[in-house]
Write a protein that binds this ligand. Sequence first.
Ligand code: SAH
Length: 230
Amino acid sequence: MIFHVLTIFPEFFEGPFAHGVVKRAKDAGLLDIRIHNLRDWTHDRHKTVDDRPFGGDEGMVLKCEPIFAAVESIWPEKRADQKTVLLSAQGRLFDQAVAKRLGGNAELLLICGRYEGVDERVAEHLADEEISIGNYVLSGGELAAAVVIDTVARLIPGVLGNEASSEFESFSETGHGEGLLDCPHWTRPADFRGWKVPEVLLNGNHAEIKKFRKASAKEKTSRFRPDLMR
Ligand code: SAH
């Protein structure tokens, strides 16, 4: 799968994909992440990407021309499995189900806003989707794009070492319980400062362990995320 990112801060992405499973997947050729500098599609001496908002207001707004030019030059002929996503606090909420759906595409192009946001014509006439990663306001779409890429990437077959491991995670329909949180995990030592690991996990009875995991996933979900219980 190919991820494109359109940003005015390309250096931002030197960090987020340089570690762990995403880096390994990149090195193995399972995915490619291409960072594009929005200023490459400006034509004035100052490489202007923003302007003052019509109607008067605080701050600046990213202009639509360089964004349209960038997307249209990255994909001169856009296929149905190439999707443009605008990161925006006003978008639909991102979750595991949206990640899974986005992962069904061959390529994603993520547009990172800055300042007061992006000229609305990008959302209306260019982006296939407008996505928010949560009910809070970030100073730019870069962090949000990194979150989306990381989440979608680990769903690509082969990216997680153990094929089954994304199946038993929080929010997964195939896990311990339909869309619940993951169960808690422990590792050695079995006794740390008197806090003991649940006995059942030590006795090697796989049927009992499975039952315990399911029950503890349910318990934790009802405590922290009752909204996920059905
Ligand atoms: N004025 C806007 C916020 C702009 S923040 C508002 O009140 O809705 C600048 C940029 O950060 C946005 O254009 C968007 O790309 C990004 N951003 C901010 N919050 C975000 C969120 N919750 N999810 C995804 N992107 C976000």
